[in-house]
Design a protein around this ligand. Structure first.
Ligand code: F6R
Length: 589
């Protein structure tokens, strides 16, 4: 959700900014801009659309600059609303949301100040310029003191043309020394390079990038000593390696990732502390959003069935406003790929205040969630570039199912085995190519439905979300038994219905719903581990996936659904990696 990059040093800034912005494009891609200064003149180039729109700006000369990819929150997608925003001697790029922007703007307008955009970010430029008394750091600290909300800022001032000032509050920001210069970015991948020493700012911290030194301080201007980040250059790489899209590549990465996620589970540094809590817990709450919420639902099915421990799964944005009951001894599991989802972080802060022990199932190292949580269980999915989550979902399941295995042993239940899941996923990926043949039935459909029971229902929810977000085809995921309670009214001749059937003792029940839909003209597609259902007359097409413990089956059954979404999106002419209106990592409420 928006990306920031900045550079000051000996090299030409523009190519560094533009290359960094390509790395950040998955975070936001409705408009883009850079500001580059040669010490005398500040050149600003802004365009709507993607980073390639400003390719020509590569030739701009200057050793200091800031850049931004935008995902609109305040104001339409226009050049005026694109960053950098300027006022008087100030230019800045901003991620996050200023919640009191309207009130601040009204005051500034009543003082005669003129605004050129509808953004909250422009308000910050005004506050800094108005407060500037010869020290940019002071002006930024003063302005931030007036802001309510979240921000990551990189600020340039034409009166101090050799420095950038950066600030962070609830929106990630990394600063550090790179080759021949100093860098700032909202995401490691934009600035990570051989030999770089990078630091992740904490909330309320400010950094000055000048000369060959990065200095970090708090709002009282007390110096803060930072620990350098450990990063793996390979992990941050975003190469298509011959694939057309990251989404398809990321699906192919799943088997190896599952192996890593499971293998490293007990190697997480907090594992023994987490294990101690797990031994005592009688009640688990899970908070997450979107796809991560669905992995939470999958975990609930498996934990309750196999460990007989009560689990409640709550959408994070609801949790935070529900005055949740958090009994003593509650283990709260927060699931997040990015570790920066604002709603999830807010839910975690609330749960902590109420006394819960928080374990994070998270993919991104140094993310905000990793700092808030009492225990961090990494998913080892590597960088996920496609906006639609695929491999991170499976990796979350690998970690959550590892928790299930541990908890089952603690509860003296038969410990379920995860062995073979990675190999079975590889097999599932190869058979899932068959869904390409399903696309003609979905491309022109008005809507589609996904049904299942238990764990299959969780996979249905995720399959439906994937389809709608990248193909823009309205779709619903349902408990198979619920279809007849209302949604059946929407089934018309030709409506695609995908049934997921991996559990023997509810298979016939799901098939009842299939028959009901089929009798109303639905076209039936199956994802199942039982060959006999594939042969049935009602079934238009099917994918036969390997069998595994039914409670763990979403890790396999979701794969053909991810592939279906991908191929339908392609057939409908969409870019599966960058769906409209969406962005990776939703850092605003
Ligand atoms: C869907 C998708 C989103 C995210 C959700 C939470 O494909 O990616 O629904 O799952 O925004 O994001 P994280 O996991 O980063 O907290």
């Amino acid at each position: 959700m928006c990306g920031i990059v900045g550079y000051v040093g000996k090299r030409e800034a523009a190519p560094i900014l533009i290359d960094g912005l390509y790395e950040l494009e998955y975070r936001g891609y409705d408009s883009v801009g850079i500001a580059v200064s040669n010490g005398k003149e500040l050149k600003i180039i802004k365009k709507t659309g993607r980073v390639k729109e400003i390719e020509a700006a590569r030739s701009e000369r200057g050793n200091i600059g800031i850049g931004h990819t935008r995902w609109a929150t305040h104001g339409d997608v226009t050049v005026e609303n694109a960053h950098p925003h300027t006022y008087k001697n100030i230019a800045l790029v901003h991620n996050g949301i200023v919640e009191n922007a309207r009130a601040l703007k009204e005051e500034l307008v009543s003082n005669g100040e003129i605004f050129y955009s509808d953004t909250d970010s422009e308000v910050i430029a005004h506050l800094i310029a108005d407060g500037y008394r010869g020290d940019l750091l002071d002006a930024v600290i003063g302005a931030c003191g007036k802001l309510i909300g979240s921000y990551a800022l990189a600020v340039y001032c034409s009166d101090e043309p050799d420095a950038l000032i950066c600030a962070r509050m609830r929106s990630p920001l990394i600063v550090g020394n790179a080759k021949d210069g100093l860098v700032v970015a909202s995401d490691l991948s934009a600035v990570a390079e051989e030999g770089a020493t990078l630091y992740s700012l904490d909330d309320g911290e400010f950094a000055r990038l000048e000369g060959d030194e990065v200095t970090v301080c708090n709002a009282g201007k007390n110096a803060v000593v930072k620990e350098a980040m450990q990063f793996d250059l390979e992990e941050g790489k975003t190469k298509l390696d011959g694939y057309r899209h990251f989404m398809r590549k990321e699906i192919d990465e799943i088997p190896e990732i599952l192996h890593h996620s499971m293998f490293n589970f007990e190697k997480n540094s907090c594992y023994s502390d987490f294990y101690r809590v797990l031994c005592q817990t009688e009640y688990i709450q899970i908070v997450a959003c979107g796809t991560a919420y669905h992995s939470g639902l999958c975990a609930k099915v498996a934990i309750e069935k196999l460990c007989r421990v009560r689990v409640e799964v709550v959408v994070a944005s609801e949790y935070r406003y529900s005055n949740p009951i958090v009994p003593k001894g509650t283990l709260l599991i927060a699931i997040s790929q990015s570790g920066e989802t604002a709603d999830t972080l807010a839910a975690v802060r609330l749960a902590k205040r109420k006394g819960a022990y928080v374990a994070a199932v998270v993919n991104v190292k140094y993310s905000s969630l990793t700092r808030l949580a009492d225990a961090v269980l990494y998913t080892h999915a590597g960088k996920e570039v496609a906006v639609a989550a695929t491999k991170s979902f499976n990796a979350q399941l690998a970690v959550l199912y590892s928790i299930v295995g541990t908890l089952a042993a603690i509860e003296k239940k038969r410990a379920p085995t995860l062995r073979g899941l990675a190999q079975k996923t590889a097999k599932t990926i190869s058979v899932s190519e068959e869904v390409r043949g399903w696309t003609p039935y979905f491309v022109g459909a008005k809507s589609a439905y996904f049904i299942g029971r238990g764990a299959d229902m969780c996979a249905a929810l995720e399959g439906s979300l994937k389809l709608k977000e990248i193909s823009y085809l309205p779709s619903e995921g349902y408990a198979a038994g619920e279809l007849k309670h209302g949604t059946l009214a929407l089934i018309e001749p030709g409506t695609p219905v995908v049934a997921i059937i991996t559990r023997r003792n509810t298979a016939e029940k799901t098939m009842n719903a299939v028959h009901e839909a089929y009798s109303r003209g639905a076209r039936i597609f199956l994802v199942t581990s039982f060959a006999e259902y594939c042969e049935m007359d009602e079934v238009c097409a099917s994918v036969l996936i390997p069998r595994c413990l039914p409670e763990f089956s979403p890790i396999l059954s979701v794969v053909p659904l991810q592939m279906l979404a991908y191929y339908v999106a392609l057939a409908r002419g969409n870019d599966p990696d960058k769906p409209r209106n969406l962005a990776k990592s939703v850092t605003v409420e």
